[in-house]
Design a protein around this ligand. Structure first.
Ligand SMILES: NC(=O)C1=CN([C@@H]2O[C@H](COP(=O)(O)OP(=O)(O)OC[C@H]3O[C@@H](n4cnc5c(N)ncnc54)[C@H](OP(=O)(O)O)[C@@H]3O)[C@@H](O)[C@H]2O)C=CC1
Ligand SMILES: CC(=O)N[C@@H](CCC(=O)OP(=O)(O)O)C(=O)O
Length: 342
């Protein structure tokens, strides 16, 4: 059994990790931390976990994380970077759901995240945990930078086109919508029901911190820098991300065949039949990204639609997928979930 610790078990990605790991037959949950709720039973805070998780929250200081095989950080940006070194030195693998190790360019990271990096020497070593492009590197890694939610949906949508060299990478557009759980469980006026419910708005148009992460991933696939306009929107959903991606075709190709071939061996990317429109409810609670590719009126614009659950393929599910790869377990272990609908 793989001994697992979670730092930040009271937040939305933390409780999602607990939900997934509770049914994972290859792991044993050892410790879940909370600074504020230490001493409280996990199932007392989250009754959905009664009968599934029999742990009590401990403070990050009390949790014996160095005795785990792997520790997930489901914490705000800037926490894992302070603690990863000690865990790695103790032989513990680390999967960070935040952005501490996602951006290789340290100056760029500091510019977007507004802090100095506390363990810059680990940034180069960290492996970006998008299995569909990095599976081999993830296998041998000690430290995984789990991708952001928007970057997962956007990269999976653009990658087949960029890898095949069939689009102009200087004019990419990603028009994305997220549910409110993407902002986490912390109290914020913008996440209040009366603010986010029955409302729809764009944000971060001038610049969002996921822009450099997406650009980095797409540039790596293209072998050159890419130019991307990324506009996130907040929708009155609880879970879900929907990305509508636009690019100009430079070659005449069978787009449906291209996407089907690219993802034919990927358990968690589902290319829908031509003409389809993926819905966020078709992936709710599951680690699946559903994609459809369109070429409206046979013109030179390609439109890709990509839908994920931000808390699963966009965070905790992808983190479990990475853990399975790290420990040579079947990649789908604990992740064979039918989406919840309606
Ligand atoms: N929500 C989403 O859809 C996604 C989130 N992410 C990223 O995952 C991370 C977690 O997100 P999310 O679960 O939504 O966030 P939440 O705000 O819901 O939860 C944050 C958790 O971190 C704990 N925490 C906060 N500060 C500290 C600290 N200084 N030391 C230790 N623990 C701390 C909190 O617990 P307590 O206060 O009880 O100690 C809480 O359990 C973030 O970096 C986020 O950007 C990534 C992809 C998608
Ligand atoms: C709706 C909403 O607020 N979403 C968040 C994205 C959360 C996330 O996953 O971002 P990181 O993991 O990179 O921190 C936002 O736009 O900031």
């Amino acid at each position: 059994m793989i001994k697992v610790g979670i730092v930040g078990g009271t937040g939305y990605t933390g409780v999602e990790l607990l939900r997934l790991l509770a049914r994972h037959s290859g792991v044993s949950l050892q410790a879940v931390t909370s600074r504020k709720e230490a001493g409280m039973k996990v199932a007392e805070m989250y009754s959905s976990l009664r009968g599934w998780v029999d742990l009590v929250f401990s403070t990050p200081e009390e949790a014996r994380l160095t005795e785990c095989d792997v520790v997930f950080f489901a914490t705000p940006n800037g926490i894992a970077m302070q603690q990863a070194r000690e865990l790695l030195d103790a032989g513990v693998k680390v999967i960070d759901l935040a952005a501490d190790y996602r951006i290789k360019d340290l100056a760029e990271w500091s510019k977007w995240y507004g802090m100095q990096h506390a363990s810059p020497e680990l940034v180069e070593e960290a492996v970006y945990g998008l299995p569909e492009i990095n599976r081999a590197a993830i296998k041998g890694a000690r430290l995984i930078a789990n991708p952001g939610c928007y970057p997962t949906a956007v990269q999976l949508g653009f990658l087949p086109l960029i890898e095949a060299g069939v689009i102009d990478t200087t004019s990419l557009i990603a028009d994305c919508k997220s549910g409110v759980s993407g902002a986490g469980r912390k109290a914020e006026v913008g996440s209040l029901f009366a603010e986010a419910g029955d409302n729809f708005k764009a944000y971060g148009v001038a610049g969002h911190r996921h822009l450099p992460e997406i650009r980095q991933g797409l540039a790596r696939a293209a072998g050159a820098s890419v130019d991307l306009t990324f506009v996130p929107h907040l929708t009155p959903l609880i879970r879900g991300i929907h990305a509508t991606l636009y690019a100009k075709l430079t070659k005449d190709v069978d787009l449906q065949a291209l996407f089907e071939l690219r993802y034919q061996n990927e358990a968690f990317v589902d290319v829908l039949p031509a003409g389809s429109h993926p819905e966020t409810r078709s992936v709710r609670g599951a680690n699946t990204c559903r994609i459809a590719v369109h070429r409206p009126q046979g013109g030179d614009t390609v439109v890709v639609l990509s839908a994920i659950d931000n808390l699963v393929k966009g965070a905790a599910g992808q983190a479990v997928q990475n853990m399975n790869i790290l420990f040579d377990l079947p990649e789908s272990m604990g992740l064979d979930i039918v989406p919840l609908l309606p």
